[in-house]
Design a protein around this ligand. Structure first.
Ligand code: NAP
Length: 541
């Protein structure tokens, strides 16, 4: 039952962040109303044949690059028979199950475009917002106690045509990756894809099966990781653990760089494949492009440096090489972001950087009643991050958690910005980058849901072992504190079964298992690591 005095919250967007934000409002006894511009949930993940203005857009072949255990919301594990890396249609299926299970649909107004969010005249006292929406050509206005902005940052294409001399002469077709849907349209053509991000790599490989030739141009190169990691487990399951995060903090950066580069070059030598970046392994996020080396070794994709200039039918690259008869150029150059519906002055943008406290709260508001959810680029899944942000924000709205002073928030923002500038090479979204385990732990601490490892080791060593050495999945943030979920322990202890269940669809007779069983030396290392951590904790106490 809704409390009639409960605070009202406008949730803008019903995608990966909006759905969980809506649920967090309900968990906290708030009264949410969600406005979704489209006619369905899912945001970016809802594939549409046609590119729709103002909405995010994906291609038909898109498969997510974060695994199901790492992307699931904290109290709703993804079913064991779902693949570890899901096609967008499966991601949508999961969202539908989540929305149905928590009965979220009745709070969503579809086809409702938010035109304006502005402070009420007495904002300094009430913290209220006026939200103007448009449905079927008719505008409506309503007052809310708080606003959660969940519109994502993959809507406005970034198309840097000015940086490409001669582009105005080019007679072929020019599109942004946002418009790309299927390869068929480009059958037997010669294409140039610009930008080696995840979109550029995915689209090049997708196209390469039907086109005459794909050229993939990169200014910087990149490190390429594979979704399938050690023992066939998903990459993020293997590497995003508290144990490895601790090691990353303890070991010299140069050593981690050497280890990472050696491992990636062992699969394929990045230099020989024309992909090797100028930067070190940890200085920029790698891309997940399992099939790119296969397409390069088969000659279907040819790597090229930055474009020097375009001609009428072709392109000259910075190394002096040229390609003629290029039919189509696809700019896979990423996205810009903005919040045009929010009253001027509420969100202050500086060089594509929006200063937000912990990537969520504008620091200069008189009342902390507006939060941006999902505006960051973790090397990892966004869903658990958005969920933690929303759990924290809703408790701030309720007055259960107080934010620091404006000066303290600004100092924190600047510290993070300086860290990123030092740590990463310059890029369009440098300010949005965060280290996954560190960041979720920071948010969980703020929301009061960070697991107490020492207590866990003393009371439930089996669970503590999995929490420390296993994947840092969102279920860990339901073990204690507000929003504790009784099913969390079991969900964590069965995560490996769910992972394997999805791939082991042909069970072998039992003799085959024993024939391949070997001693696992990593167990020894883990026991040593565990003892070292316990010793460090006790020494600290
Ligand atoms: P992105 O990550 O921003 O990459 C854009 C690339 O464009 C840059 O890496 C850069 O590549 C190039 N570029 C940028 N400015 C340029 C300029 N002025 N001139 C030439 N090249 C320029 O964009 P995205 O690949 O579209 O990805 C957007 C987000 O969606 C990311 O978070 C990504 O992880 C995600 N995504 C996920 C999947 C998946 O899950 N399967 C698929 C696609 C995208 P160079 O430095 O190489 O030139």
């Amino acid at each position: 039952m809704q409390d009639s005095m409960a605070k009202t919250v406008a949730v803008i967007g019903a995608g990966a962040s909006g759905l969980t934000a809506l649920k967090c409002c309900l968990d906290e006894g708030l009264q949410p109303r969600c406005f979704e511009r489209g006619d369905d949930i899912g945001g970016l993940w809802r594939f549409q044949e046609n590119d729709t203005d103002g909405q995010a857009s994906i291609y038909k072949s898109l498969t997510i690059n974060t695994s199901k255990e790492m992307m699931s919301y904290s109290d709703f594990p993804i079913p064991e028979d779902f693949p570890n890396y899901m096609h967008h249609s499966k991601v949508m299926e999961y969202f539908r199950m989540y929305a149905k299970h928590f009965d979220l649909l009745k709070y969503i107004r579809f086809k409702a475009t938010v035109c304006q969010v502005k402070k009420c005249p007495d904002f300094a006292i009430t913290g209220q917002w006026e939200v103007v929406t448009e449905m079927y050509g008719k505008q409506q206005s309503a007052i809310f106690d708080a606003v959660l902005v969940c519109t994502g940052h993959h809507i406005d294409p970034y198309l840097p045509l000015d940086s490409f001399p001669g582009i105005e002469k080019f007679k072929g077709k020019i599109i942004h990756s946002r418009e790309y849907k299927h390869p068929e349209k480009f059958r037997d053509q010669r294409l140039l894809v610009i930008g080696l991000g995840n979109s550029g790599a995915d689209i090049s490989v997708d196209l390469s099966h039907v086109t005459k030739q794909v050229f993939l141009s990169t200014r910087t190169g990149t490190w390429v990781v594979n979704r399938v990691s050690d023992d066939g487990y998903p990459l993020d399951v293997i590497h995003f653990t508290r144990f490895k995060n601790l090691l990353r903090h303890m070991l010299p950066t140069a050593l981690v760089n050497l280890w990472g580069e050696k491992k990636l070059n062992t699969r394929f030598n990045h230099e020989n494949y024309g992909i090797k970046p100028q930067h070190r392994f940890l200085s920029r996020y790698p891309i997940a492009a399992d099939d790119l080396p296969n397409a390069i070794i088969a000659g279907r994709v040819l790597m090229k440096p930055n474009v020097k200039e375009f001609t009428e039918r072709g392109v000259v690259f910075e190394d002096g090489s040229r390609e003629e008869n290029v039919d189509v150029v696809i700019f896979a150059t990423g996205y810009s972001y903005s919040f045009p519906f929010i009253e001027n002055g509420v969100i202050k943008t500086r060089n594509n950087h929006i200063p937000l406290y912990k990537f969520v709260f504008p620091p200069h508001l008189e009342k902390p009643t507006l939060a941006i959810i999902g505006l960051l680029q973790p090397l990892g899944a966004i869903m658990p991050v958005s969920e933690l942000q929303a759990r924290w924000a809703t408790r701030v709205f309720k007055g259960l958690i107080t934010l620091p002073s404006k000066d303290e928030m600004m100092a924190d923002i600047m510290k993070k910005m300086k860290y990123n500038e030092k740590r990463y090479v310059p890029s369009q979204h440098i300010s949005l980058q965060v280290q996954y385990v560190d960041h979720v732990d920071e948010l969980a601490f703020l929301a009061g849901v960070k697991p107490n490892l020492l207590r866990l080791f003393l009371t439930d060593p089996r669970l503590a072992w999995e929490v420390f050495f296993g994947p840092c999945s969102a279920m860990q943030f339901r073990l204690m504190g507000p929003g504790k979920w009784e099913g969390a322990r079991n969900a964590i202890l069965t995560q490996r079964e769910r992972i394997v269940k999805a791939t082991k669809t042909r069970a072998l007779p039992s003799y085959a298992d024993s024939a391949t069983a070997t001693w696992d030396p990593s167990l020894f290392i883990k026991v040593l690591g565990c003892l070292a951590v316990l010793a460090a904790i006790f020494a600290y106490l």
